[in-house]
Ligand binder design. Structure first.
Ligand code: GRF
Length: 213
């Protein structure tokens, strides 16, 4: 059976991309990472992909702006890049630090003529549904617990990408209990470990769901 093809979007370190790469020899042996797209040329995740023999591409909003091109064009072109990979089942935003627009989602979803399998788009967010949406979620959860010790846990989730930021249907999630007296660094490390588990589980769940359709 041919492997299910995914595209991973990153902007930085790529530790979540690395978790997916590592899982392709285990729980994700039936997937192929067809392309890694980074919004930043400096992203260490590009090195991780290259070392794993995975094609990479930089899609930089700054270069669009420098050429006087719009954010909308950037988003449409991002969708076209993904569609031109061919037969992509799933797009995984693993630390992609840009909010995607309606144009991006519409272009992917109304592409049946180009791409028989309209790719599902999922996003990793280091918070639980309805909590700390947007940037610096880990820090904000930590600060919230510092001022309200009754807060018991935060967590991480992977959700379907819709227009409302971090609000799509949850695919997988994992709670992360606060530990009294723990440093932000240690809390952050445990949250990232949870991310690495959840993102692999979410890819597995999505591809199992699509193969049973
Ligand atoms: C993760 O915490 C992710 O949830 C957030 O940025 C971080 C990306 O980490 N959006 P990495 O690039 O996968 O190491």
């Amino acid at each position: 059976m041919s492997k299910q093809r995914i595209v991973v979007l990153i902007s930085g370190n790529g530790s979540n991309l690395q978790a997916i790469i590592d899982a392709t020899s285990n729980q994700l042996r039936n997937i192929e990472i067809a392309l890694v797209i980074s919004s930043k040329a400096s992203a260490h995740g590009l090195t991780r992909a290259s070392e794993a023999g995975i094609p990479t591409l930089v899609h930089s909003l700054k270069s669009y702006k420098d050429k006087g091109l719009t954010r909308s064009q950037f988003d449409k072109d991002l969708a076209d890049i993904i569609l031109n990979v061919g037969n992509v089942q799933l797009v995984v935003m693993a630390g992609w630090m840009l909010i995607v627009s309606r144009e991006f989602l519409d272009r992917l979803q109304h592409s049946a003529d180009v791409n028989p399998t309209v790719p599902r788009v999922i996003n990793l967010h280091p918070a639980l549904p309805g909590e700390f949406s947007g940037v610096n979620a880990i820090q904000r959860a930590f600060d919230a617990q510092q001022s309200d010790p009754s807060l018991r846990r935060s967590g991480v989730m992977v959700h379907d990408v819709i227009e409302d930021v971090d609000m799509g249907k949850v695919v997988e999630m994992e709670e992360v209990e606060f530990i009294n007296g723990e440093s932000l660094e240690d809390f952050e490390s445990r949250m990232h470990q949870a991310e690495h588990r959840v993102i692999v589980k979410a890819v597995q769940t999505c591809l199992q769901q699509s193969s049973t359709k």
